[in-house]
Design a protein around this ligand. Sequence first.
Ligand code: GAR
Length: 215
Amino acid sequence: MIRIGVLASGTGTNLQAIIDACARGDIPGRVVVVVSNNPKAKALERARRAGIPAVAMHHRAFPDRDTFDGKLAEILHSYEVDLVCLAGFMRILGPWFINQFAGRIMNIHPALLPSFGGLGMYGDRVHKAVLDSGVKFSGCTIHFANEAPDGGPIILQAIVPVRDDDTVETLASRIAQEEHRLYPEAVRLFAEGRLHVVGRRVHIAEAREPMSIVE
Ligand code: GAR
């Protein structure tokens, strides 16, 4: 059973999808702590409702990014997390933090990276840029975090069509449905030890057959 720490700044629907997948037994793990930089985040309420420790740490209460990152790492280490899931976490994490949990931080992005990602590309801004560009498909990406925003090796992607009459809201909601399926799936693969980073690529090992006993 892996111990998962989730960082979220907003509604927390992806957090909820991970909590639910753990409760169903789809993920061999459990969410042991949720941290938000936004004390009003609905994600914190979702955590409390599920009996998970919920920590609010407003970034403005810290003199600089390094101090914020240091406190965040301290909390996650104190809960002995094996995996850190960024689920709509709207703060850039510095290289020191990334190194603390090297290869053990996942992020979700609401588009098909490496397009429509990077600094300033989050939430509805991403969907607006997608609609403005005229692309016919969008989707979501789960990737390992590295020092570049939205830049780490890609684990899973899902594709959705962009329809002629789409608005930011309709596109966001079609993508959200895929996000809620895809993030728990990526966490499950990690928990099963099936993700292997080879350069820029993430190889996914086949599931092992359960051992059968031959008489
Ligand atoms: C999700 O759509 C996620 O992909 C996006 O924020 C939303 C959070 O929703 N993340 C980014 O844009 C990161 N660049 P949620 O709080 O309901 O899970």
